[in-house]
Structure formats: C-alpha cells, structure tokens
Design a protein around this ligand. Structure first.
Ligand SMILES: NC(=O)c1ccc[n+]([C@@H]2O[C@H](COP(=O)([O-])OP(=O)(O)OC[C@H]3O[C@@H](n4cnc5c(N)ncnc54)[C@H](OP(=O)(O)O)[C@@H]3O)[C@@H](O)[C@H]2O)c1
Length: 270
C-alpha cells in the first residue's frame, strides 16, 4: 500500500529576515515549523540567521541574498523561488529603512532607494505572489508599516510617506481580499530596539532618545499573532496604540508639529 502524498505546506518568505523585527518574525514562524525563505543583502547575516532558525524548529530555511532597493533583484528573487519550486503561502514584507534630515538637504539617491525598498519591492512581491495564494484560497500577507504611517513626519518626510503608503495599501488590499481565504495585515510598530535608528541617524532624536522603545521580540509576537488571526492592523504596545488613536483624532497641523519635535535631535537634524 502506498501512502498518499500530502502536498508540502507552502513556505513563508520574510524580507529582512536576518535581523531586527524580521528575524523575530522568522523565529515565530520557525517555532511553528514553517518552511522559511529569508532575504537580506548580507550573506553572513543570512547564514547566521538560517542556522538559528533551523535549530528553532523551521522545517527548512532557504537564504536568498538580494538588495530590494534594486528592482532587478526583486525579479531575481522571484525567479529563484520559481526555479526551486518554492510556493509561498505567507509573505512578510518587512525589509525597510529610514533616513533623517531636512528634505532640502538629504541625498536623493537614498530616498529613491528607500521608496524602492519600503514601497515598490513590497508592492512587487505582493503582486507576484498573491495569485497563487488566491488559487489555493489560503494565504497570509504581513506588511510592516509603522506608527509613522498615521501622520506626516517632518525631517523624515519620505520615510513617513512610505509607511503611510504601506498602511493605506494594506488596508485596501485587506478589503479586496475579504472572503478569499487570503488576508493582509499592516503591522505598525513604534520605536523598536533594532539597528533601524542607527541606520537612520535617529539615535539622538527625541523619539528614540526617550528610551521608550519596545523589544523586537514583543513587536514580532504581536504582529505574528495578528497576521495569523487575519487582523487588518496591528499596533503593538499600549503607548503606540494611544499615539495611533491620538494622531487620527487630533488636528493634522498639531500632529505634524508634534511629529517634527519628536524627529528633531537635541539639535535640529540637517
Ligand atoms: N525599529 C523601529 O523603530 C521600527 C519602527 C517602526 C517600523 N519599523 C520597520 O520595521 C521594518 C524592519 O526594521 P528593523 O527595525 O527590524 O530594521 P533592522 O534591524 O535594520 O533590520 C532590517 C533587515 O532588513 C534587511 N534589509 C535592509 N535593507 C535591505 C534591502 N535593501 N534589501 C534587502 N534586505 C534589506 C537587513 O539586512 P541587510 O542589512 O543584510 O540587508 C535586516 O535583515 C522596516 O520596514 C522598518 O521601517 C521599524
């Protein structure tokens, strides 16, 4: 007698899965024995994360080094998945970064790379991986936005705008996907202890210097649970929930001035 072949459970793809919030989300998925694909630029970071995730229970880990700030690399990632016959059932669009400073003086190339990574790559991967989820009538999409999505952010104008896009796109998509078996969730963390603030040059700003950052573990745990439930928005932490709610209710001009104060350093970033 032959045992009927059970098709393997589709894998989870996590962009930026080698560090910070992405690695913590990957750990959550590994503990539930998912097959994982993790993507980041640096191979050494990917290799270290893969070893740890296998030990944590992942059914398998594939690493794909790719710079999502380059559109051709998004296509190369998709081609790698296709060539390896890896189906994706959970898409975690987490990779992203910010830059700080007065818009008149910040480098355009950095901002175009940010829009490509935070917005275009996220949209590109969702567009290409969603159809198979719909055919299976099963899938989860988690887009990592930010509490920055709820208001404009002077001195981080482009970053806040990218996150407003991620939130708006995810909410619209979630409604389009109603009753399809596929869900879209926007995770909106506030300040979180990762490499993000250092890369953005934000460590001395009021936002990060106030020492109110959440741990990446707590953020990921909330995001993972929300994604699995199919929640449309997850704002981890009571303080961040308050910020999100207040930003919605207070006059936009006031919220924008407060945001400016938080993004300014002890001296104004420029
Ligand atoms: N930390 C916060 O305070 C905070 C708050 C709200 C929202 N977020 C959002 O959370 C997400 C994760 O940020 P994080 O704080 O965990 O940052 P992080 O600690 O800097 O980790 C970023 C991850 O993304 C990868 N990555 C960065 N640029 C990439 C690129 N161009 N292509 C491919 N992979 C790339 C990094 O690996 P490599 O460097 O090797 O590429 C790393 O694995 C981002 O979307 C961020 O905007 C963060």
């Amino acid at each position: 007698m032959t045992t009927p072949q059970v098709p393997p459970r589709p894998a989870a793809l996590i962009t930026g899965g080698s560090g910070g919030i992405g690695l913590e989300l990957a750990r959550c998925l590994a503990r539930d024995h998912h097959e994982l694909v993790i993507v980041a630029r640096r191979e050494a970071g990917l290799a270290a994360a893969a070893a740890e995730l296998r030990a944590a229970g992942a059914a398998g880990v594939t690493t794909v080094p790719a710079d999502l700030a380059r559109p051709a690399e998004v296509e190369r990632l998709l081609a790698t998945l296709h060539a390896s016959a890896i189906d994706i059932g959970i898409l975690v669009n987490n990779a992203g970064f910010g830059t700080a400073g007065a818009f008149a003086r910040t480098p355009l190339d950095d901002e175009l790379a940010m829009i490509q990574t935070n917005v275009a790559a996220l949209t590109h991967l969702t567009k290409r991986l969603l159809p198979a989820m719909l055919r299976r009538r099963s899938g989860r999409i988690l887009n990592v936005a930010s509490t920055a999505a709820f208001q404009p952010g002077p001195f981080m104008a482009v970053y806040y705008a990218t996150k407003a896009y991620v939130l708006s796109f995810s909410q619209a998509l979630a409604e389009e996907l109603r009753d399809t078996g596929v869900t879209a969730t926007a995770l909106c963390p506030g300040p979180t202890t990762t490499s993000f603030a250092a890369r953005a040059g934000m460590e001395e700003t009021r936002l990060f210097a106030r020492n109110i950052s959440m741990s990446a573990t707590a953020v990921a745990k909330a995001g993972y649970a929300g994604m699995m439930r199919g929640d449309r928005i997850v704002v981890p932490g009571a303080g961040n929930k308050l910020v999100a709610q207040a930003s919605r209710l207070a006059p936009r001009a006031l919220v924008t001035r407060i945001s400016r104060r938080l993004n300014e350093g002890r001296s104004r970033p420029d």
